[in-house]
Structure formats: structure tokens, C-alpha cells
Write a protein that binds this ligand. Structure first.
Ligand code: SF4
Length: 266
């Protein structure tokens, strides 16, 4: 399928944009490795303006556009980032905002959420006593007509059976062909302005566990290639059957061992 400009249409299931690596928690098995940053990256609104514009030039449609962190509610310009995303509301079905249930959004965020309530939906991770604001947040969301879902990550009946441990970038024998992240466009990640097929790919390149492989990421802030070339590159990334980091990862699939979520580090 091609759009009116003759460019290949890219329609995706999900894309998650990490808007801050700051967080209120220090989870041992954090999938983004937040506790292991000395200085958690935190881009400005101006960067996100460029990132979001560029991404929606490349991508035509996403079922779920996800704003996450770290703790997404810690970004001081969350309201502006939501408003910017809404410029492209014709290009996504739902805007999902992920939070760990420890923070209540500021007044200006509520104003923006109410304005766009038909498109916005919250995913609240409830880790029990450490997610101390879950009830209050759920109540306020309901009161303001914003839909939400609470994912229970404590006690029995854990959401998805618990968390997985992706590992520490040592070689593994995991059969990565089973990994959800390699099933086409499971959930594309945008971190620090870079598009990766999987968050492990971003982190491995960041810490030098693997070399930066130009075929496996797109730098939305610095790559000046034209949109057609970036579309072609993203399509080839979506079709990858293996990432350079996969041999250093435990992956994510139905039979991955599950662990207690959100165990806190000192
Ligand atoms: S790096 Fe790990 S999580 Fe990412 S696609 Fe490969 S096996 Fe899956």
C-alpha cells in the first residue's frame, strides 16, 4: 500500500516513546535499566517536538502510541508532549500513558487529558504498597472521564504472570526466534530520539555491549536522510529476524520464566 505521495504506508501495532529515564522507583529487574544510570537521560520538550514530528513523517499509522518512562508523569512538559502527539491523532488509535501509580498528574496535565479524553487511556502498574497513589489516581481518572486499566503486580494473579529478566548482556542460549519483539512490529521503541526494534538494542549500544549497528536503529534527532530513505530503513528493521544484541538476551516470550515485579534496590 502507498500513500498519496507514492510512499510506502507503514502501519504499526505499537510504538513506545520513553519521555524520561527518571523514576520514583528503583526496580531490580527494570526493563529500561533505570536504576543503573548515574544520570538518567531526560530530553527537553524541544527535542520531543522534533522526534514526534519526524516519527510521524516516517510512520503512517499506529494502533497504540505509548508514552512511558522511567515514570512518565515526572516529565515537566508532559502536557506539551501530549498536546504535540495530538497533532497526529489521525495517525493513531489511542495514546496510552504508562505510570507506576506513585504520582498524581499536575493540573495542566489534567486540562490536556480532559481535552483529549476520547483518545487518552492510562495504564497504571500497581506494585502494592509502593504504588501509593493508585486508588487516588484511578478515582481522578474516572471522575474526569479518562479511561484506565490497573495492572496488578503484587500478591497472586500477577499481570502476565510477573516480570521477566532480560539478563545482563552476557551470552545466552535463548532461542530468540521466539521473542515477541522480533514478531514484526511488536512494540517499536523510541529512546533518546533513537528508534529501535527493542529496548535491549538501545541499551546494549548505549553501554557498548554491542557496537552501534546503523542498520538496527534510526537517530531521529541527527539523521538527516530524506523520509523515503528513512521509511525504507524502518521497513528493513521491522523485517529483521535477529538483532545484534539477541545473543546477549533472555528475550520475552510465553514460556519466559517470570519473577517478582518491582523488587526495590537499596
Ligand atoms: S534483544 Fe532480547 S528482547 Fe530484544 S528482540 Fe532480541 S531476544 Fe527479544
Amino acid at each position: 500500500m502507498y500513500n498519496e505521495k507514492g510512499l510506502r504506508i507503514i502501519s504499526l501495532k505499537r510504538t513506545a516513546i520513553t519521555i524520561t529515564f527518571r523514576c520514583t522507583l528503583k526496580c531490580k529487574l527494570c526493563g529500561v535499566e533505570i536504576p543503573f544510570y548515574n544520570v538518567p537521560p531526560h530530553l527537553s520538550y524541544n527535542d520531543f517536538e522534533r522526534i514526534i514530528d519526524r516519527y510521524f513523517q516516517i510512520v503512517d499509522y499506529i494502533d497504540e502510541f505509548e508514552i512511558s518512562g522511567g515514570e512518565a508523569l515526572m516529565h515537566e512538559d508532559l502536557s506539551k508532549i501530549i498536546e504535540k502527539s495530538m497533532q497526529y491523532k489521525h495517525k493513531f488509535n489511542q495514546l496510552l500513558i504508562f505510570t507506576n501509580g506513585t504520582i498524581i498528574p499536575k493540573t495542566n496535565v489534567w486540562d490536556t487529558l480532559k481535552k483529549h479524553r476520547s483518545k487518552c487511556h492510562f495504564f497504571i502498574s500497581d506494585y502494592g504498597h509502593i504504588s501509593s497513589k493508585v486508588e487516588e489516581l484511578a478515582h481522578l481518572l474516572a471522575e474526569n472521564g479518562i479511561t484506565y486499566r490497573v495492572k496488578k503486580y503484587y500478591g497472586s494473579d500477577l499481570h502476565c504472570g510477573g516480570w521477566v529478566d532480560f539478563g545482563n548482556f552476557s551470552p545466552t542460549t535463548y532461542d530468540y526466534k521466539k521473542c515477541y519483539y522480533l514478531s514484526s512490529d511488536y512494540c517499536i521503541q523510541i529512546r533518546s530520539g533513537e528508534i529501535h526494534m527493542c529496548g535491549r538494542s538501545y541499551r546494549a549500544m548505549e553501554i557498548g555491549a554491542i557496537e552501534k549497528n546503523k542498520n538496527e536503529y534510526i537517530d531521529l534527532l541527527n539523521d538527516t536522510s530524506n523520509i523515503l530513505d528513512l521509511k525504507k530503513k524502518l521497513i528493513s528493521m521491522i523485517n529483521l529476524k535477529e538483532l545484534s544484541v539477541c545473543k546477549l538476551c533472555n528475550g520475552l516470550c510465553k514460556d519466559s520464566p517470570r519473577f517478582t515485579p518491582a523488587e526495590q534496590l537499596e
